[in-house]
Design a protein. Structure first.
Length: 531
């Protein structure tokens, strides 16, 4: 049976795993490392570098080295998060015709899905080299609070890379699978997941091989990148005070500062102070200027404590939705590199009244859980495992007066199916427009639009007489189908929800064909050079 790999496609680092017998194993990349930087760099000669090779280009080639692309998957260019993020980007992004984000490389527009596909294609190559066989299928993980657009964008990226996604799995759920199968004990568990770009909190019950997600919440634009940016802003401000020079528009200097900031942040998880030394960062009247600052853990915590506090309302809401109290949580699992920060661990200990688990690797556990899920789906697991996940965001439709009516509430166990009855608002109304939305606001326009379709041919009747049943179905992958049926006339209209943003099927197919053509030309060139 062909091997299925589990992929944790991270904002900052990515990881891959597979199942060997009943045990998940990490797949090392081509450089022998367990994790791969989620970076893509385009050189002046037209070469494309991935991972560590791209990371080495980041300082000398900042405008063409793309990082944190996961944050832009399924996002609109004019969304508040993207507006704030693009102020600090050394590379260029632009608005696509449909309002999405595009990366601008030498005036060529590349979608975030294509950039992510380049990373995924490299991970696919690493897996094939490691396993010695072709790999075509994957379980891919996403933040639990990713909406429908972001999930579909992730699937599109995998398809472009040549991988068939057999399941989209929430990252905290994936981590709990790896934890639960390793410990073999029943427990009520909290998974606090903060990586490079996103934050999730998930509560679940593990009992006799059943993994039952109770509730999840989070923020898909809160993570390690924000902590790095606080250090960057502090260094820029301090340098400006001392030298009256603003480095915020110097892309080369910004990239050097960003790299040094991330390094210092990592060091401060294990030490009390870190020296940031960046010689020749700027010059003034032929006099070179340097950055030499001592960053203490106390100062870092003062710069970022509000970011840690931002996670508390999500924890409290998810607890409320789970109908749990903090003292009822048996174990707290930390996932994602940012959770190594002592301030986060201190907050978790104080909130739940117990220390989080320390014997797991927060960078690898999500990929390992995805590998376990592949074994479950392919029937390779000797232990009986049942996974009951939830939909993270409510689904419903728009009704009169811009009102949002929830049909499937957030934290509903999936797969799920629910029907709700509606009627007409005008006499002899022959058509009803069904506007499918995702979100939590009572105001329809403040939620995310997923699809619009019309039910036509309704039998003429006074307003309020026709009965129109609207049915929502969500499968285990979180894919949504909606149908509307006029019970009197028997007419029905169905739609499989496709995001209103993102790449069309035709665009995806074109990208795949172009990629295959480039690979063929490369192979031919390699043959020619070898003659």
């Amino acid at each position: 049976m062909a091997q299925v790999i589990g992929i944790d496609l991270g904002t900052t680092y990515s990881c891959i795993a597979y199942l060997e017998g009943d045990e998940p194993k990490i797949i090392l990349n081509l450089e022998g490392q367990a994790t791969t930087p989620s970076l893509v760099s385009f050189t002046s000669s037209g070469e494309r570098l991935i991972g560590n090779l791209a990371l080495r280009q980041a300082i000398t080639n900042p405008e063409k080295t793309i990082f944190a692309i996961k944050r832009f998957m399924g996002k609109k260019f004019n969304s508040e998060e993207v507006i704030n993020a693009r102020k600090r980007l050394p590379y260029k992004i632009a608005e696509a015709p449909n309002g999405d984000v595009m990366v601008n490389i030498d005036s060529k527009m590349i979608s975030p899905q294509e950039i992510s596909a380049m990373i995924l294609r490299y991970l696919k190559e690493c897996s094939e080299a490691y396993l010695g066989e072709e790999v075509n299928e994957t379980i891919i993980t996403v933040p639990a609070h990713f909406d429908d657009h972001q999930r579909q964008a992730t699937k599109d990226a995998a398809k472009i890379s040549g991988l068939n996604v057999i399941r989209v799995l929430n990252e905290p759920t994936s981590a709990s699978l790896a934890y639960g199968l390793n410990t073999k004990k029943d427990a009520t568990v909290a998974v606090y997941d903060m990586g490079g770009g996103t934050f999730d909190i998930t509560f679940m019950e593990i009992s006799e091989g059943i993994f039952n997600v109770l509730a999840t919440n989070g923020n898909s634009f809160l993570g390690g990148e924000d902590f790095d940016n606080r250090i960057v802003e502090w260094l820029i401000e301090e340098f400006k005070k001392e030298n009256n020079i603003d480095l915020s528009h110097d892309k080369l200097a910004l990239q050097r500062i960003k790299e040094a900031s991330e390094k210092a942040k990592r060091e401060l998880s294990f030490t009390l102070e870190s020296e940031i030394h960046l010689p020749f960062i700027s010059s003034d009247k032929s006099v070179s200027k340097h950055i030499k600052k001592l960053l203490t853990r106390t100062k870092l915590e003062a710069l970022t404590d509000d970011l840690v506090d931002k996670t508390l309302p999500f924890i409290e809401q998810a607890l409320k939705d789970s109908k749990l109290e903090p003292e009822e949580i048996d174990e707290v699992i930390l996932v994602g590199g940012q959770t190594r920060m002592p301030l986060i661990r201190k907050m978790i200990t104080e909130f739940f009244g117990k220390d989080p688990i320390h014997n797991i690797n927060p960078d690898e556990i999500v990929a390992m859980g995805a590998a376990i899920q592949s074994g479950i789906l392919k029937g390779k697991m000797t232990d009986l495992v049942v996974l009951l996940d939830v939909t993270p965001i409510s689904l419903g439709i728009e009704t009169e007066n811009n009102t949002f009516v929830r049909i499937i509430e957030k934290n509903t166990t999936i797969p799920a199916k629910k029907t709700m009855a509606f009627t007409t608002v005008e006499h002899d109304q022959k058509r009803v427009r069904i506007h499918v939305l995702q979100g939590e606001s009572e105001v329809a326009s403040q939620n995310k639009s997923l699809a619009v379709f019309d039910l036509v041919g309704i039998e003429g009747a006074p307003a309020g007489v026709p009965q129109i049943d609207v049915t929502f179905e969500i499968d285990a992958n979180g894919l949504v189908k909606v149908s509307a049926k006029d019970l009197i006339a028997g007419r029905e209209q169905k739609i499989e929800v496709k995001p209103s943003s993102g790449l069309t099927k035709e665009e995806i197919d074109k990208i795949i064909l172009e990629s295959q053509a480039k690979e063929f030309r490369k192979e031919e060139d390699d043959k020619t050079r070898s003659l």
